[in-house]
Design a protein around this ligand. Structure first.
Ligand code: FE2
Length: 382
């Protein structure tokens, strides 16, 4: 069988203090930058100041687009695109968690491709976007290296998954210093998102050798470091390892795709505003139980990668240890475990399941899921 992977992005720079290189990298691609960021946190934490000072040190012109909400909307991407075109922006610096990064990648592609981002739910933006220098401030989405974005169409209440080579950033800069002030609950939820990416990429029908290596490395690092980063945000070794791990998870799922957890978590975000990482975290252990028998060998690998001793155990017993390990890690994060705890209404479960089953992510799941299965899974964790 012949396989192929997107080797993205062009360059990954990592290590504490690497934000200082934003200016130098940006200068290689353009002279007028648009910093795309969220409304508050990058200002509060000083991340925005660090990026601006690095751009200034290279005498680059810049504007700041700080209107990205959590779960960025079509309107926000369209607005950012209009402003970028009016201002003659020729390079984008994406700064923040998954939402600003996804919005920035969408804006980059829509500067060069016709129409609105809403037109691209079912087709790829073909023309390469304006170069993006991506600087994540949370350890979760892997968006700085992936070819995917999630943009919410608020009119239809749909979180659109849009993919394409044009959406891959040119440079990813991973600076653990930027994640130090992320609070424990966000650290936990974004870290569980990254764990979900790596587990889903590993068991996906599109998994391949090149993606397995990255997925297993990410699982190992997250298993060793997530609880430490949640419990002590100033543990720099844990912070740096989490940032590196979620990037590897991003590389892995950018090619192998995510699966049923993501198919089921997106409607929770679109209907009830449940933060993406938290929605995945609540779903992950139950969906793993559902998937285990479809790929027990892979579950055994996951268990061993998470430090479980499988010696002398049957394949069934060994594979079950993967679910146990994830449940234990989850418990250490202190996140809620039930959908009712995060504002989901029970009467919507049927509608959530109908949306989830239509997702492309459900198609690559190792176990073929029916609508009834999805309803049962949602109910079991309600
Ligand atoms: Fe995710």
């Amino acid at each position: 069988m012949v396989s192929s992977v997107f080797q993205s992005p062009g360059k990954i720079i990592y290590g504490q203090g690497s934000t200082a290189q934003v200016g130098e990298e940006t200068k290689k691609y353009g002279n007028k930058a648009m910093i795309v960021t969220g409304r508050n946190s990058s200002k509060k934490t000083g991340a925005l100041d660090k990026v601006i000072s690095s751009l200034k040190s290279e005498n680059l012109q810049y504007i700041v687009f700080d209107k990205v909400e959590s779960d960025p909307s079509v309107d926000t991407v369209d607005l950012g695109t209009t402003i970028a075109k009016e201002e003659g922006v020729n390079v984008i610096v994406a700064l923040g968690g998954g939402s600003p990064l996804d919005a920035a990648k969408g804006i980059s592609a829509m500067i060069t491709n016709p129409g609105s981002i809403v037109d691209y739910e079912k087709k790829e933006p073909k023309i390469p976007g304006v170069p993006v220098i991506a600087v994540p401030t949370t350890a979760g989405t892997g968006s700085e290296v992936s070819r995917f974005i999630v943009i919410t169409d608020t009119k239809r209440k749909v979180k659109m998954l849009i993919g394409g080579e044009a959406l891959i950033p040119k440079v990813a800069i991973l600076d653990g210093d930027l994640t130090v002030m992320v609070p424990p609950d966000v650290t936990a939820a974004t870290g569980m998102d990254a764990l979900t990416h790596s587990i889903e990429a590993y068991i996906s029908k599109k998994a391949q050798q090149a993606t397995d290596v990255q997925a297993l490395s990410a699982i190992k690092l997250i298993s060793k470091n997530l609880a430490k980063a949640v419990q002590n945000g100033e543990n720099m070794e844990a912070r740096n390892n989490m940032l590196f791990a979620q990037m590897q998870a991003g590389l892995s799922f950018s090619n192998a795709s995510v699966a049923l957890v993501h198919a089921m978590s997106r409607p929770l975000g679109a209907y009830f505003g449940v933060p993406h990482g938290l929605a995945n975290a609540i779903l992950l252990p139950r969906v793993m139980e559902y998937n285990r028998a479809a790929c027990p060998e892979k579950f055994k690998d996951i268990a061993e990668t998470m430090g479980e001793n499988t010696k002398g155990l049957s394949l069934r017993e060994a594979s079950n240890l993967a679910v146990k390990a994830v449940k234990e890690l989850y418990a250490e994060t202190g996140l809620p475990t039930k959908l009712r705890d995060v504002g989901v209404k029970e009467e919507s479960i049927e509608a959530l399941a109908k949306d989830a089953i239509q997702s492309g992510s459900a198609l690559v799941n190792p176990r073929k899921a029916s609508l009834e299965d999805l309803v049962e899974i949602y109910k079991s964790i309600y």
